[in-house]
Write a protein that binds this ligand. Structure first.
Ligand code: ADP
Length: 261
């Protein structure tokens, strides 16, 4: 039995197909809601696997753009889907830090993977992937290079975490003062960490602490969060698809319930 989870975020579109609760295939397209991203991701995965919508027993969609995806049987929030996906991968997870393109969340789980409480920043770009996207552009580096450059830093500069626009000016000012790029990038990562850790502290910080979302692919941010929290952080495997994975697991559970009824 195949089930599908689709996660339409602000920055990317993710699809996961499960075969009997095992990961069968996944696809990430780096464009999100309001674009052709979800359609392209589904098309790619169908082309590769030879499957189709008709092959899917159930489809669940999540993410910011979930209300625009008509092929789904059900829409479920990202909080529930990330919790479901992370609990599946790492049953010991008790705190999730999810940083996506447009928001950051800290989610507290109980031992059965149920969401106890969550805290979210979606009002401000500071502490999100968007902040890092802006800084990468200003610094003229690829997002994927930032983690390696971060490792060379000996003395990170201080970058304000309160506002992306002010922080951008600060970074330009540091550049013009001749600060080393690695210290600016480490400062940018520390700034994201500072903002997000406020959410994590409120969520209670129980071990195991797991990071997911596209920003978890940047080990510089993981380093900065670990330092700020003074705790070890585990990064989920394929951290960008944990929401889509959770959605596909919900689809599997719904399909099983229908079969049993
Ligand atoms: P959403 O679910 O909101 O669409 P994602 O979880 O896909 O967001 O995260 C998107 C963010 O992930 C981007 O804004 C970017 O900062 C970061 N990101 C994506 N790919 C990489 C990468 N290879 N290296 C570092 N950061 C990345």
């Amino acid at each position: 039995m195949y089930t599908m989870g689709v996660d339409i975020g602000s920055a990317s579109s993710k699809v996961v197909i499960l075969k009997d609760l095992k990961l069968f295939d996944s696809e990430v397209v780096q464009i999100g809601t309001g674009t052709k991203g979800p359609g392209i991701a589904v098309e790619e995965i169908f082309k590769r696997t030879g499957l189709s919508y008709e092959s899917m027993e159930k489809i669940v969609v999540t993410g910011y753009g979930r209300f625009t995806f008509e092929e789904a049987d059900e829409q479920i929030s990202e909080i529930s889907c990330h919790a479901k996906g992370i609990h599946f991968l790492i049953p010991d997870a008790r705190t999730i830090i999810d940083i996506g393109g447009q928001d950051a969340k800290a989610i507290a789980l109980d031992s059965s993977g149920m969401v106890k409480q969550f805290f979210m920043n979606d009002k401000c770009a500071a502490g999100t992937g968007r902040f890092l996207d802006v800084m990468a552009r200003v610094l003229n580096v690829e997002l994927s290079e930032m983690q390696e450059i971060d490792k060379r830093s000996k003395s990170p500069v201080t970058v304000s975490s309160t506002c992306t626009v002010f922080a951008e000016s600060e970074v330009i000012s540091q550049l013009s003062k001749g600060a080393p790029i690695e210290d600016i990038i480490a400062g940018v990562h520390n700034s994201v960490a500072h903002k997000v850790c406020g959410l994590a502290f409120r969520a209670g910080l129980k071990d195991t602490i797991v990071m997911c979302g596209g920003v978890a692919k940047n080990s510089g941010v993981v380093r900065a969060i670990s330092e700020e929290l003074k705790r070890d952080i585990r990064v989920a495997d394929m951290p960008q698809i944990t929401g889509a994975l959770g959605a596909a697991i919900f689809a599997y559970e719904r399909a099983m319930k229908t079969k049993e009824a």
